[in-house]
Design a protein around this ligand. Structure first.
Ligand code: UD1
Length: 418
């Protein structure tokens, strides 16, 4: 077991380079098996989620080369094996193998996926979509069996614009017979990234990034190549750290449009930042104003930045209302922030944050990935030493976080727990 020790309160200066997106990579890797040949994915982050997926790809018979941040997958000898439960439940995104193995073999057996405990997280929309494509879905203990004689294109209306369901159904229908239309599709940039990858292999997908995606089925897919997009959630986390503790901190390699919802809130608070091409230069905000934030599907304010931004709200003067509309249980960070000196009252899924409050270092824990990120944000602005436990969650999603922060002057070390 590892923990972070952070000595807070000093200003961070220099450059932080953003890695490839976790949420895109975790879909691109399972999608790669649709190719009957080689796939190349650039800008893959070296985080535990991608390493776990690489391990699953190897179990399925793929040959992998991972050099620097380039991943080459040879899926010529792919076999339809059941992914062990202990592998499937290490991360949420193992469920993308449902779509890709189903498309490839017309039959898949999958254990329930894992991931952060931030709500009940059903996958009924995925399963209903597979059924619309002609598959039969049965539950056997804690495993799904999904099979079809033939996948046939269909009109699928998603009850909710789910990111996971949109990607999974897009993957599954790539090789279905005829045309599939996904309506009320999610519009997140990661979906466009996956569609680009599949199209490069020979798929016929149009409309990704809008609420209607059209997929014309093809019979086979060959070499695929794609550049993973920059991680907008990692970028947003470091931008928030800049607003808390930066002094001309430069966050490099971002796509500004992916961050508009966050940047517009920072502007409303009165945070000082400038956009320089693909970089954001940001400094610690003084006399910040309280603002109201509501999480929404893209291009709204991302739920994944809710926990980090709530730390920034503790540094704003006045009362802020933070409304979480996507997941019912994203409040694991609140008791720890209050222990550090924040004044946050949960109200249902929402938070009422009263500021400005001085945060003080203490012993805290990461209850999930983004709650852990919020602990780092808080520790960097707090007086004194903070010890963060259960950092395995954080390491699932933030590449080289210790090195990146140390490079800009943060006092953070990783320690093996005895
Ligand atoms: C993805 C992201 C996650 C992000 C979330 C919302 C990955 C690996 N994870 O998660 O970081 O927080 O999008 O931007 O990309 N729902 C159902 N039934 C379903 C599917 C979803 O009820 O079949 C509900 C969920 O419980 C949740 C909401 O829809 O309340 C959104 O879920 P979804 O967009 O699917 O999120 P994920 O793909 O799990």
């Amino acid at each position: 077991m590892k923990k972070f020790i952070v000595e807070g309160g000093n200003l961070l200066t220099g450059n932080i380079k953003i890695s490839g997106a976790k949420n895109s990579a975790v879909a691109l890797l399972p999608a790669a098996i649709l190719s009957d040949d080689f796939s190349t994915i650039y800008n893959v982050p070296s985080i535990s989620d991608t390493h776990n997926l690489i391990h699953i790809l190897e179990l399925l018979g793929c040959e992998i080369k991972f050099m620097d941040d380039t991943l080459v997958i040879n899926s010529k000898n792919l076999e339809n094996k059941v992914i062990e439960e202990q592998e499937a439940c290490k991360l949420r995104a193992s469920y993308y193998f449902m779509g890709s193995i189903l498309a490839k073999f017309k039959k898949v057996e999958m254990f329930f996926p894992g991931g952060c405990n931030i709500g009940s997280r059903p996958i009924d929309i995925h399963l209903k979509g597979f059924e619309k494509l002609g598959a039969k879905v049965t539950t056997q203990g804690n495993k799904y069996l999904i099979e079809a004689e033939e996948l046939i294109g269909a009109n699928i209306y998603l009850d909710f614009a789910s990111v996971g369901a949109t990607i999974n159904l897009m993957i599954a229908s790539t090789k279905a017979k005829g045309i599939t239309i996904i309506e009320n599709a999610a519009k997140e940039p990661e979906i466009v990234n996956v569609a680009t990858f599949l199209n490069n292999m020979g798929a016929k997908i149009t409309g990704a990034g809008t609420s209607t995606i059209k997929i014309e089925g093809v019979t086979s897919l060959s070499n695929g190549i794609v550049e993973n997009i920059p991680d907008r959630i990692e970028a947003g986390t470091y931008i928030i750290i800049g607003a808390l503790a930066g002094k001309d901190l430069v966050i490099e390699g971002v796509i500004k449009e992916h961050l508009d919802a966050l940047l517009s809130k920072l502007k409303e608070m009165g945070v000082n930042f400038t956009i320089l091409g693909n970089s954001v230069k940001i400094s610690k905000g003084e006399n910040l104003k309280a603002v109201n934030i509501k999480t929404l599907v893209y291009p709204g304010f991302p739920t994944d930045l809710g926990q980090p931004v709530s730390v920034l709200l503790t540094q704003c003067n006045g009362t802020s209302l933070f409304e979480e509309t996507i997941f019912e249980n994203r409040q694991g960070h609140v008791p720890y922030l209050n222990k550090m000196g924040a004044n946050i009252s949960p109200s249902g899924q929402n938070l009422i944050v009263k500021g400005k409050t001085q945060l003080n270092g203490t012993d805290v824990s990461s209850t999930d990935l983004r709650a852990g990120a919020s602990m780092i944000c808080a520790a960097l602005v707090a007086n004194g030493k903070t010890t963060i436990e259960e950092i395995e969650h954080i390491l699932r999603g933030y590449e080289n976080i210790v090195e990146k922060l140390q490079q800009v002057g943060a006092k953070i070390i990783i320690e093996e727990k005895v």
